[in-house]
Design a binder for this molecule. Structure first.
Ligand SMILES: Cc1cc2nc3c(=O)[nH]c(=O)nc-3n(C[C@H](O)[C@H](O)[C@H](O)COP(=O)(O)O)c2cc1C
Length: 387
């Protein structure tokens, strides 16, 4: 009897061909359709027929190995690989991400006010470069809707979930920078009971002025405001790849002084990373002329540099999450050995499909075997080479 097709092979056959050119299937619409299906499955994941198919998905994509487990800022991670923020902005598939093999998923960015984001088109494939340009502008249904969406899925409480769930918070577009701390605080206060950890996103390039909140005094004011909430989950800050070295050092020190749970590096880049003259087929303009943040393979080298810099300044005590251009087991290993306790993927996961998660985890297991490490935490910041 023929073996049934795997999710990975179905993706390769039906989805990957749509992604190997810039034009054709609209990137945002593909994501929207996928999330609609996943959202429907997540709320019904205990129904017999659906739970059977989902168990098959888990069996194919999950890799259990106690050497990949870590406990960081009070959260137990089954493995170090997470889904980066921005894919599941409204948290519709929160109950499913562990079945894709992820040890954690970051939901959001959520803002206090629901907002439509920037005009479309606002997400572009750069297929040949395995990259994307986006200027979504925090399109999301708002904090209250996220709360309802998560409650509807009847998730296990924080600390008891198969995958850790982080919530990523941004500033509403219509809130002034001056009032930003209250805007973040309103969202966080509402959603704290549902979050394993919370991320202060001050690095999206698509909300005017947002990145100014990375300045030390503004960031300190923001963190201190959130700290005054009656309850606050472990707080991390997510930074841009476009910061100068001095600014990276300042944030590393501030994170340490303020007792932040960690730093996530990096968000998408305003730098064109050598692709200034690359034209978007949809608009006919070059990347130098287009607004938005770059992600994917061209971001890898810069993301690695920022991570190294953070580690050098903050030392091993501050947990770092590495994200940006990770698209292979080797890139994952190199980010971890440069100092990331955890790593996240987005763009490469879209291009390569669900099989990328077990492929990365398998690669990490092989490196642990090779180097004789008993735990992934021994590899973090070790500088051990990829062999
Ligand atoms: C379409 C798209 C939307 C994104 N939205 C968010 C977001 O809402 N919040 C956020 O912190 N990062 C967002 N990101 C950035 C990713 O989380 C990640 O930091 C970045 O893409 C680099 O990782 P990658 O090269 O693996 O994609 C988005 C990225 C993409 C491609």
């Amino acid at each position: 009897m023929a073996t049934p097709p795997t999710t990975g092979s179905l993706y390769q056959r039906w989805v990957a061909p749509l992604l190997c050119q810039d034009e054709g299937a609209d990137a945002e619409q593909l994501s929207r359709l996928t999330l609609a299906a996943l959202g429907a499955a997540s709320t019904r994941r205990h129904w017999p027929l659906i739970s059977g198919s989902l168990a098959g998905l888990g069996a194919e994509l999950q890799r259990r190995d106690h050497r990949l487990e870590q406990t960081l800022f009070g959260c137990r991670f089954a493995n170090p690989l997470g889904l980066a923020a921005g894919f599941d902005k409204n948290g519709v598939a929160a109950g499913l991400w562990h079945l894709f093999g992820f040890g954690f998923a970051e939901l959001g960015t959520v803002t206090w006010h629901p907002q439509p984001g920037n005009p479309k088109p606002r997400l572009f494939r750069l297929a040949a470069e395995r990259a994307a340009l986006n200027r979504m502008g925090f399109n999301n249904n708002g904090a209250e809707a996220l709360k309802r969406t998560l409650e509807r899925q009847a998730l296990e409480p924080p600390g008891q979930r198969p995958a850790v769930l982080g919530l990523n918070f941004g500033k509403s577009k219509l809130t002034s920078l001056d009032l930003a701390p209250d805007d973040y605080a309103s969202s966080l206060e509402l959603l704290t009971p549902l979050a394993d950890y919370a991320v202060i996103n001050v690095s999206s390039p698509n909300t005017p002025g947002l990145r100014e909140l990375q300045d030390a005094s503004q960031l300190r004011r923001l963190v201190e405001r959130l700290r005054r909430l009656p309850a606050c989950p472990p707080l991390l800050v997510k930074i841009a790849p476009d910061l100068e070295d001095d600014a990276i050092d300042t944030i590393a020190r501030l994170a340490y002084q303020e007792g932040l749970a960690g730093v996530i590096a990096v968000n998408t880049s305003l730098d064109r990373l050598g692709l200034e003259n690359r034209r978007l087929v949809q608009t006919g303009r070059t990347l130098a002329e287009e607004a938005g943040g770059l992600s994917g393979a061209p971001l890898r080298a810069r993301a690695q540099e920022v991570l190294r810099r953070l580690r050098a300044t903050a030392g091993p005590a501050l947990p770092l999450i590495g994200v940006g251009g990770i698209d292979s087991p080797q890139a994952a290993w190199e980010r971890i050995t440069a100092g990331a306790c955890l790593i996240q993927i987005y763009t490469a996961w879209i291009y390569a499909g669900p099989a990328l998660v077990p492929a990365i985890l398998k690669g990490l297991q092989q490196q642990l075997d090779h180097h004789g490490c008993r735990s992934i935490s021994e590899a973090v910041g070790s500088g051990l080479p990829w062999v």
